[in-house]
Design a binder for this molecule. Structure first.
Ligand code: PLP
Length: 394
């Protein structure tokens, strides 16, 4: 079968692949501890489920016009209330998850050959989405020595001839969050260029310690016309399976994304949108989110401390999201049975096949010295998995 060049140029999602392999091993009876998941382990809060059930019972089972949904208004209200961003409901598009929103924006904005700046470590889907649109990812490396954050100078140095900069704070995979001051400095650099910014803020609510979250587009009054902001309900409200995400930004971009959506998917599921509406409007939401955030905070501190106590492992304390991204390169060159660990992929292979621990190799995120461990799993599983890694690396 001759597949399209477009699809042949794309790598499958490594995170989904490793989670699938771990699940298969579990189904085959292996006692695998999985740190692969990019999703909260909590159930969706009951008031959100109730709203979706009520919508179904009330016959909310039809197509929803692109901009007509009450959810668009609720998202515009949320952006004004929490993020200092003022948009009309027409400047909001609701999509099948945050992933779909970013994909649609890439399709709407990128022409063949357009350069897109992607700070690394990056979420594994960004370069592939850019390639799917015919664009050229340009990687801006930000290693552990710079806390996995790009500098304004890196933006200025790479901006010539580039069209878009993708920002993701808090970050998957590093767990790093830019401070308001750091974002302002990047904003200042962006405003000296012609770059547009895609700001992926899906982990907005999962921040720890003294960390403060601010929306990139709120950093300067000239930014809203240059920025598309992405978010969704998956991580904040533990709604990964519901597939509701969104983007907000300049009207012409959102309209173009709507044109694509009208041929591609039409509206995201009607009663899932009713659940999302409850999440953004119910007074019960804040407590539900805070309870999950507190538990993630506890786990993140514990996992980081335990990782740093393991021989040859160096881990920066995450300030957001639910991932640790330790450097394990001190172990490159070691052999485990037949296998020599030479990079993050062989490290992950040994961990899974010989020690029953699923982690995602950093190479999937553009940093081959590191591995990603999700702490969206119970304390018991965290301890069990880290006991095994300790044994592997002892
Ligand atoms: N952006 C980042 C950085 C993510 O980690 C994810 C999910 O893993 C998404 C966007 C998309 O999330 P969803 O499509 O589930 O809303």
């Amino acid at each position: 079968m001759k597949l399209s060049q477009r699809i042949n140029a794309v790598a499958p999602s490594a995170t989904i692949a490793i989670t699938a392999k771990a699940k298969q091993m579990q189904a085959d009876g292996a006692d695998v501890v999985s740190f692969g998941a990019g999703e909260p382990d909590f159930d969706t809060p009951q008031f959100i489920k109730d709203a979706a059930i009520e919508a179904l019972q009330a016959g909310d089972t039809k197509y929803i016009p692109h901009c007509g949904a009450a959810l668009n208004q609720a998202i515009a209200d949320k952006l004004a209330r929490e993020n200092g961003l003022h948009v009309t409901p027409q400047q909001v598009i609701v999509t099948f998850g945050g992933k779909h929103a970013i994909y649609a924006a890439c399709q709407a904005m990128i022409d063949p050959g357009d350069k897109v700046l992607i700070p690394a470590p990056y979420w594994t889907s960004y370069p592939e989405m850019v390639r799917l649109a015919g664009g050229e990812p340009v990687i801006l490396s930000a290693g552990r020595e710079q806390n996995f954050k790009i500098t304004p100078q890196q933006v200025l140095d790479a901006a010539k001839g580039a069209k878009i900069l993708i920002l993701n704070s808090p970050s998957n995979p590093t767990g790093m969050t830019y401070t308001p001051e750091e974002l302002s400095a990047i904003a200042e650099a962006v405003l000296q260029t012609d770059l547009m910014v895609f700001s992926d803020e899906i982990y907005e609510k999962l921040i720890y310690g003294e960390t403060r979250f601010v929306s990139f587009a709120s950093r300067d009054e000239k930014l809203p016309e240059r920025t598309v902001t992405f978010n969704g309900l998956a991580k904040t409200f533990s709604m990964t399976g519901w597939r509701i995400g969104w983007a907000a930004g300049p009207l012409d971009v959102i309209k173009a994304m709507g044109k694509l959506k009208s041929h591609e998917t039409t509206n995201p599921v009607s009663f899932a949108q009713a659940g999302a509406l409850a999440a953004y409007t119910s007074p019960a939401a804040a407590d539900a989110v805070e309870a999950m955030r507190e538990e993630f905070a506890r786990r993140g501190i514990h996992m980081t401390a335990r990782l740093n106590a393991i021989n040859g492992v160096e881990c920066v304390q995450p300030t957001g999201a639910f991932y640790c991204f330790p450097d394990i390169s001190a172990h490159f060159g070691r052999s485990f049975g037949e296998l020599e660990v030479t990079d993050s992929l062989t490290f992950a292979k040994v961990a899974l096949e010989q020690f029953d621990v699923a982690i995602v190799p950093g190479v999937a995120f553009g940093d081959d010295k590191c591995i990603r461990l999700s702490f969206a799993t119970s304390m018991e599983q965290i301890d069990k998995g880290l006991d095994r890694l300790e044994k592997m690396l002892g």
